[in-house]
Design a protein around this ligand. Structure first.
Ligand code: COA
Length: 706
């Protein structure tokens, strides 16, 4: 029998209920209905004594269908489906493989036993989407593995491996061979046995011996410490707590009520937006989708500085043979040492097996001459950030590499099209803007120029996935997307300090908002000398006739470059990263205020939040209008991954939609009217505010071009 995405077959007395809903067997309404129908048929079928629930394809059920979470939950209710399984008189065994997540694990917990392929991972990740398990997970998991461990899994949201699940008693057997056959054998062996102790929903509480109050208190304290913003985690703990002693029906009803509260809240809307935005952002753009990707088997990197080294590490870690060249022999030697040290420390910290670390280090070769790049398929240039230097490097690369090799620049501020034009293959030139430190930061801006060809673009988008990066295609304009917005944000921070705020106050307000650090601590971490160099070198950093804050220049003139020199906006203890007050900067700020004739005023926290963050939103509207970012979600992902904009707020544009585009526009306009030329409302923002349009609606309304 086949019922849409769920089929039923009976063989040798065992019924197999098979879910087949690619790609991840999510529990859509049709799947829930299909399981219910198949279960009823299996229960009614006299030729079947026992039942196996399993899934086709790459994984068992990986959760509820997230796409259905923004509408009413349609019947059948997953709790009823699980109850049908759990109360069955015929033993039901779940055969697990792939990622058994959320509703998938809840379905498996309703079964009387579970077998798992050895590579399986199991978890309840709902809190990472701002939700809690809604089909008995908070009730049954503690009864399966004890309260402490269940709370860890539910609060962290991270899956565990099959081996650990076996040790904890969450799965009965690990199977290396034929999974359906093993599940069938176990199901047969349970026929005629007492299933009551295997019905986790109504089983006696498995918390005997555990200090329930202490464990719950510890979980609450942990959430307050690590995820103070997380309504979902607090709700999950409350649901687990009430499920310890409540009757099953009451426990499930309460869990569902808490789930619904979370589903209606802003946190889940923001996190679900991020889930889909992260997947949309890395799609190959439609215009390049039909192109052939070039196989990228060997890579060259130009530049042995921090960035070049980091980029070489990224490729080598992905197992791609990588050549690194720097014209300076000392830099070449330092790059070798740096790359080896990186992989050694990865092995020492247990992040890589020693053999894997060795193999990765061996994948990177330092070469004395660019001529060695003749066989590579792609070069990433990370040389000195000066146009003359880049043009010379690209002319050389154009000579030494194969004509079909892709040449990428890691510039963060220069014109990629001008670089492309210096070569005889402008269609095979683009930007690959890695963020620092390259091995850690997932974000990669893939910069296309009007000359970039579909095949080169497609190749690099595909490659970014292979090297574990979120490769997002952006347009070629000063600062691309990430830096162009962050410049506006930092600029407002500096103006606010000139007007009377302290760097500490600005940073505190933005950290309280949810940023991992404030703009000044971030600048100190990145190194103030880098931006100083750019301000001197690049005219766009200092448009004539516009307000300009020279505070950072004055700090740099004293040789204070941030963390690495122990002083910057803040002071740092030797080797420390914690920003401490820096009274000499206060004195410098006072002097600058006097020079500018500004008498310091008290700046309200609200003004700091608005000016810094609305500047981001306003600039984003310009980027979308100019076609430099393909969709608002791309900008949200860039800010979450590149600068730690809180995912639970959904990125700057989802957040702007949530607080109201018209409100943002009104405030930006007010600051502009009060004399800040930088906060002139973007035309798109003004139009959106006037017509009541949200960022999330721009694509559908075709208000932005790609
Ligand atoms: N509901 C709806 N769609 C889902 C989904 C879900 N629970 N899980 C994954 N998908 C979709 C993705 O959007 C993606 O669609 P796309 O190809 O159109 O972009 C596709 O399935 C593949 O997912 P992807 O994440 O790209 O594949 P992966 O192999 O890297 O990871 C998972 C697979 C299951 C580990 C991952 O998708 C995941 O963590 N999903 C969420 C699981 C979850 O939170 N479940 C509980 C829900 S309450």
């Amino acid at each position: 029998m086949s019922n849409g995405p769920v089929s039923l077959t009976v063989r040798g007395g065992c019924a197999h209920v098979v879910v087949d809903n690619p790609p991840v067997n999510a529990l859509s309404r049709d799947v829930r209905a299909g399981i219910e129908t198949a279960m009823r048929a299996a229960l009614a079928d006299r030729s079947a004594d026992c039942i196996v629930i399993r899934a086709a394809g790459r994984t068992f059920v990986a959760g509820g269908d997230i796409g259905e979470f923004d509408g009413p939950l349609l019947p059948p209710d997953m709790n009823d489906v699980v109850a049908l399984v759990e109360t069955s008189d015929k033993p039901v065994v779940a055969a697990l493989h792939g990622t058994v997540l959320g509703g998938g694990l809840e379905l498996a917990l309703g079964c009387h036993a579970r077998v798992a392929a050895s590579e399986t991972r199991l978890g309840l990740p709902e809190v990472t989407l701002g939700l809690i398990p809604g089909a008995g997970g908070t009730r049954r998991l503690p009864r399966a593995i004890g309260l402490r461990k269940a709370l860890d899994m539910i609060v962290e949201g991270a899956p565990i491996r099959a081996g650990e699940a076996r040790t904890l008693g969450l799965v009965d057997e690990i199977v290396d061979g034929d999974l359906p056959a093993a599940a069938e054998t176990l199901a047969r062996s349970l026929v005629g046995t007492d299933l009551a102790p295997r019905r986790l929903g109504s089983a006696a509480r498995a918390t005997a011996g555990e200090d329930v109050d202490a464990i719950l208190a510890a979980a609450r304290a942990r959430v307050a410490q690590s995820w103070p913003w997380s309504t979902a985690r607090r709700a999950a703990i409350e649901s687990v707590a009430q499920g310890v002693d409540n009757e099953l029906d009451a426990a499930l009803a309460r869990e569902r009520a808490l789930f619904e509260q979370c589903r209606a809240g802003g946190e889940s809307k923001a996190l679900i937006h991020m889930f889909f935005a992260e997947r949309d952002a890395v799609r190959v753009p439609a215009w390049a989708a039909a192109a052939n990707a070039m196989p990228i088997a060997r890579v060259g990197v130009v530049g042995g500085g921090t960035m070049g080294r980091g980029i070489a590490i990224v490729f080598a870690a992905a197992g791609i043979p990588t050549l690194l060249h720097d014209s300076n022999p000392a830099a070449r030697a330092a790059a070798r040492v740096g790359i080896d040290a990186h992989f050694k420390s990865q092995a020492e910290r247990g992040r890589l097996a020693p053999e894997a670390a060795q193999a990765a280090a061996a994948a990177a070769t330092i070469v004395d001459s660019l001529d060695a790049f003749a066989p590579v398929d792609l070069v990433v240039e990370a040389a000195f950030e000066q146009m003359a230097v880049k043009l010379e490097v690209f002319r050389q690369l154009d000579r030494v590499t194969r004509p079909d090799a892709v040449l990428a620049t890691n510039t963060s501020t220069l014109d990629v099209e001008a670089i492309a034009r210096a070569t005889g293959r402008p269609d095979n030139v683009l930007g690959m803007h890695f963020f620092s430190p390259a091995p850690v930061m997932r974000l990669l801006e893939i910069v296309r120029t009007p000359l970039t060809g579909a095949s080169a673009l497609r190749s690099v988008v595909d490659l970014s996935r292979r090297i574990g990066k979120t490769g997002i295609v952006v347009g070629n304009a000063f600062g691309f997307v990430a830096n162009r917005m962050i410049f506006e944000y930092q600029r407002q921070g500096e103006f606010l300090v000139e007007e009377g705020a302290s760097p500490e106050q600005v940073d505190r307000v933005l950290v309280e908002f949810g940023m991992p650090m404030g703009p000044f601590a971030m600048a100190d971490m990145a190194g103030l000398d880098v931006a100083w160099f750019l301000r001197k070198e690049i005219p766009q950093m200092r448009p004539a006739g516009r307000r300009y804050s020279a505070l950072a220049d004055h700090i740099c003139e004293r040789g204070w470059f941030g963390q690495k020199t122990g002083r910057g906006w803040f002071r740092y203890e030797a080797g420390g990263r914690k920003p401490l007050p820096h009274p000499e900067v206060d004195a410098l700020v006072d002097a600058e205020r006097r020079r500018l004739g500004l008498s310091p005023r008290t700046v309200a926290d609200e003004e700091i939040r608005e000016r810094c963050l609305f500047a981001l939103v306003n600039e984003a509207a310009r980027l979308l209008d100019e076609g430099l970012a393909a969709r608002p979600g791309d900008i949200d992902v860039i800010y979450a991954q590149g600068f730690g904009f809180p995912r639970w707020r959904g990125g700057p544009l989802h957040w702007a939609d949530a607080i109201g585009v018209a409100h943002v526009h009104r405030r930006v306009e007010a600051y502009h009217d009060a004399g800040d030329p930088w906060l002139q409302p973007a035309p798109l923002l003004a139009r959106m505010a006037a017509e009541g349009v949200k960022f999330s609606e721009l694509e559908r309304k075709a208000w932005i071009r790609r």
